[in-house]
Design a protein around this ligand. Structure first.
Ligand SMILES: [Zn+2]
Ligand SMILES: [Zn+2]
Length: 480
């Protein structure tokens, strides 16, 4: 069908302007009832790797009247079973009396981690007495099961290399990020197995150590550099075992997400400004409840904002600058040639609500790997609302945006070997591809724009697939 369109366009271009052609083509093409819902050939309706982002379309639609995706579609109220500071290493609950002390301990842990990596200048170092007082408070504050390793690390009692590698782990743990960024929930059983095997191994040089690399190279390093000292090794293993139990405890309370049931009549791109191809009919699979978090949402929301200024990552979300300015939010498969899984229109500005809501409503199972330029904060947003749905997802920054973040290293996908080949810049590529329709779409109604957009996405998918196949053929020729 695409080739026919293209041939038709080159013929008609001789006789009419592009705008006249598009108007004429849209009314002609809509009669064909082309089904644009195409999935990735390999993943079908269960994509495991997904990348997403918003892009400004900036058109003054004549009828831009779509409903924002984050509007709840049911009166059911949901209060999450755990919140951001309960998932962190130094943890506390809202309303606890010693919150200030806990925050001070996180700061001191970060200080120690910099101290032991040699990152502090002389004038940044604390007087010895202050450092001792703070270390004592830190050791008393962390859970009993990890006091020994925190104490010995603080005093610099381990070998140089182990001390350095522990400092990297403690830098991650000094943040308010979820412990699951260090030990992802779906690797919990494997971690527990590796720890038990190492504990029982007679020969400490066993291969299990390197298995940690596929999900937590930082933990692999602390085990590796503790291998030559039995006492250090046992302390490191005890510590990882403690982290495993904490992660288990956090996600063990999760309730399973609502069942995915297609909602008849919900697939109508021209009416709703949404077209997702995550299931055969494109229909919405769940309703969006009312989250207690959203009801008290303010810019200083306790659960959704980082506690420390220096670890605050910002994404400059576009503001609604002009009336009628519209944004699009899109999902792609970064593993399989950037196939596009659809979009929704945003009649306002993009936020973490967009990736969270579109996946929860349209995708039966959350992806295993999710790439977004504000992933560190998206993870918090997701785990604060539907932890059961998102518990097996790892959140990553794309390579391009990863550099500007202040959050822990655990959100950088490059640290995992198997993820290095992902084309995480696919959203940026699509942005430049979609630029070409902005001018033509300026005067379109929402309905026509959606039809046009679907056609362009279809065209994008075909183009991407063709170039992927070409590359495969070239590779196959070399192999013959
Ligand atoms: Zn795929
Ligand atoms: Zn960040």
């Amino acid at each position: 069908m695409t080739n026919q369109y293209q041939r038709l366009y080159s013929l008609s271009a001789k006789f009419m302007s592009p705008q006249t052609f598009i108007a004429w083509w849209l009314s002609w093409a809509s009669n064909f009832k082309v089904d644009f819902r195409v999935v990735c050939d390999i993943c079908k309706y269960e994509p495991k790797y997904l990348a997403c982002d918003g892009t400004k379309i900036g058109i003054n639609f004549r009828h831009a009247s779509v409903t924002p995706i984050e509007i709840p579609s049911t009166d059911v109220k949901v209060d999450p079973c755990h919140r951001r500071n309960e998932r962190a290493f130094i943890h506390y609950k809202q309303g606890d009396l010693d919150i200030a002390a806990n925050i001070k301990c996180r700061e001191h842990l970060l200080y120690l981690s910099k101290y032991h990596r040699g990152l502090l200048k002389d004038d940044q170092k604390l007087p010895w007495n202050d450092q001792t007082d703070r270390t004592n408070l830190l050791v008393e504050t962390v859970d009993r099961d990890c006091r020994e390793i925190v104490k010995r690390f603080s005093l610099g009692e381990y070998s140089n290399l182990l001390q350095f590698k522990l400092a990297i782990v403690f830098a991650v743990l000094s943040s308010n990020s979820s412990l699951t960024s260090l030990i992802p929930y779906r690797y919990l059983t494997l971690t527990a197995f590796i720890i038990t095997s190492l504990r029982n191994a007679v020969d400490s040089d066993c291969d299990f150590v390197n298995d940690l690399r596929q999900f937590s190279p930082e933990l692999r390093d602390i085990v590796h550099f503790a291998l030559d000292n039995r006492e250090s090794l046992l302390e490191v293993l005890d510590f990882i075992e403690y982290l495993v139990l904490r992660v288990k405890d956090i996600h063990g309370k999760n309730k399973a997400p609502d069942f995915a049931v297609p909602q008849p009549g919900t697939y109508n791109p021209e009416k709703y400004g949404r077209a997702y191809y995550f299931n055969p009919t494109g229909e919405q699979l769940r309703h969006l409840p009312k989250y207690s978090m959203n009801e008290h949402a303010t810019s200083k929301n306790y659960d959704d904002q980082p506690a420390r200024e220096e670890e605050k990552c910002n994404k400059i979300f576009p503001q609604v600058s002009r009336k009628g300015t519209t944004y699009l939010f899109l999902w792609f498969d970064p593993k399989h040639y950037g196939h596009c899984y659809g979009y929704h229109m945003i009649p306002g500005s993009e936020g973490r609500k967009d990736p969270f809501t579109s996946a929860y409503l349209y995708l039966e199972k959350a992806p295993e790997e999710l790439f977004y330029d504000f992933s560190c904060q998206l993870e918090e947003y997701c785990l604060n609302r539907e932890p059961g749905y998102w518990q097996n997802t790892r959140f990553w920054h794309d390579v391009f945006h990863g550099f500007s973040h202040k959050c822990p290293v655990t959100y950088k996908s490059r640290r995992i070997l198997s993820l290095r080949k992902m084309s995480t810049e696919i959203c940026e590529q699509f942005n430049s591809f979609i630029q070409r329709i902005k001018y033509s779409a300026r005067a379109m109604s929402t309905g026509k724009f959606n039809h046009y957009l679907q056609f362009m996405i279809h065209h994008w998918c075909i183009k991407k697939k063709a170039s992927f196949q070409k590359r495969c053929n070239v590779a196959a020729t070399y192999l013959l």
